[in-house]
Design a binder for this molecule. Structure first.
Ligand SMILES: *[C@@H]1O[C@H](CO)[C@@H](O)[C@H](O)[C@H]1NC(C)=O
Ligand SMILES: *[C@@H]1O[C@H](CO)[C@@H](O)[C@H](O)[C@H]1NC(C)=O
Length: 352
């Protein structure tokens, strides 16, 4: 089922991004119903003739390394995201997935492993259990409790979790769909010293992400003094793990989280520490690679439209998720673009 909207232009209003937060991956409400989800098997995807032959993917610089978190609650989203990556990839067999699961949920990890193997028998992947209890003590509450789930913070720890030989990753949230070749995103040039690349949004009012306490304290707010800091969404990032390790960025992010526990310097979960460390220092990626906010706003869950311009990646960040709205028979118009990637077996299909 090929569906490409790479050259799909829509003139729409540019929304402010204030409450369009990234990534929602939470494991706290795993129910019996979600653990019995059954997924269809995806077809095998083949390399096109011009793809390089890679004998060992794990440490290869030629392979595309995709990093995602994985939990039962958002599994349906993850499965669709994986399928979309493979389907639009010109070298799908040269793509390796690095999945991070919550170490505290051993049973979930086994279910996730089995589900992935059954639905994607040809997928090259590794699972890395993340010591989620490590971040629990660092998390302060935010407006949406889902943002406080420890697995949300796993993106800070990729350099520790993945093997040292993996140099560059594309980090992806679970609530998105690619409609273009991920290799194009993965080959983003990070220049001589950038650690991270992502689409930047300089029209968003950056001051809203931090509290008056933060701005009124010069020793804190001066952190942005010599840079042109712009908002970016941490749901889609190209990261140079080698430079990350050398620069000890996990520690730098953690230090801001420690401070947040003592004085409230920001509101939303895992995003602001990334902004504090990286905003104004990242390589900007074309906006087509993160058409975010499709989940709607955090308060009322209103439908949102695409931002103007081409689309390579659709991101349902925000409160609403396409699978939940489709199940409730109250989809937003753009949820129809997610549906073709849904691998969930419907009860009807099970009976057939
Ligand atoms: C996933 O399953 C494979 C075997 O199918 C096993 O080798 C691997 O250790 C499992 N990974 C985890 C994290 O349980
Ligand atoms: C950004 O928001 C702050 C605080 O809400 C406000 O004082 C400032 O005028 C805004 N700046 C712009 C350019 O809208």
């Amino acid at each position: 089922m090929l569906f490409t909207i790479s050259h799909f232009y829509l003139q729409t209003v540019l929304f402010l991004f204030l409450f369009s937060t990234n990534h929602v991956t939470c494991t706290t409400t795993t129910t019996a119903a979600t653990t019995t989800q059954r997924f269809k098997q995806a077809p095998k995807f083949y390399n096109s003739p011009n793809c390089p032959t890679i004998t060992s993917l794990t440490c290869s610089d030629e392979a595309v390394h995709v990093a995602m978190t994985l939990d039962i609650k958002y599994l349906r989203g993850s499965m669709a995201a994986i399928l979309s990556v493979l389907q639009h990839s010109s070298c799908p067999e040269n793509t390796i997935f690095h999945f991070v699961t919550a170490a505290s949920k051993t049973t979930s990890t086994i279910i996730l492993n089995t589900t992935l193997t059954n639905s994607f028998p040809y997928l090259k992947f590794q699972i890395y259990p993340f010591q989620d209890d490590v971040v629990l003590g660092l998390i302060s509450t935010s407006i949406r409790s889902a943002l406080d789930c420890p697995l949300n913070y796993a993106r800070n720890y990729m350099s520790n979790l993945l093997p040292n030989c993996v140099r560059k990753i594309v980090y992806l949230d679970s609530d998105l769909i690619l409609v273009d070749d991920i290799a194009k995103l993965a080959k983003t040039n990070l220049g001589n010293d950038a650690v991270l690349a992502a689409p930047e949004y300089c029209n968003a009012n950056f001051s809203n992400y931090f509290t008056p306490t933060f701005w009124s304290n010069p020793s804190l707010s001066l952190t942005f003094a010599s840079r042109k800091a712009c908002y970016f969404n941490t749901g889609v990032m190209v990261i140079d793990l080698e430079r990350w390790r050398i620069g000890e960025y996990t520690m730098k992010i953690t230090e801001w989280m420690e401070l947040q526990k003592r004085m409230r310097i920001y509101e939303l979960g895992s995003l602001p520490p990334f902004l504090l460390v990286f905003a104004g220092k990242i390589v900007p990626v074309d906006h087509r690679w993160n058409q975010h906010g499709l989940g709607g706003d955090n308060f009322r869950g209103l439908c949102r439209d695409l931002h103007p311009g081409p689309v390579s990646l659709l991101h349902w960040s925000g409160k609403g998720k396409p699978w939940a709205r489709l199940d409730a028979n109250r989809p937003c118009p753009l949820d129809a673009l997610w549906a073709p990637y849904d691998l969930l077996e419907t009860p009807f299909a099970l009976e057939a």
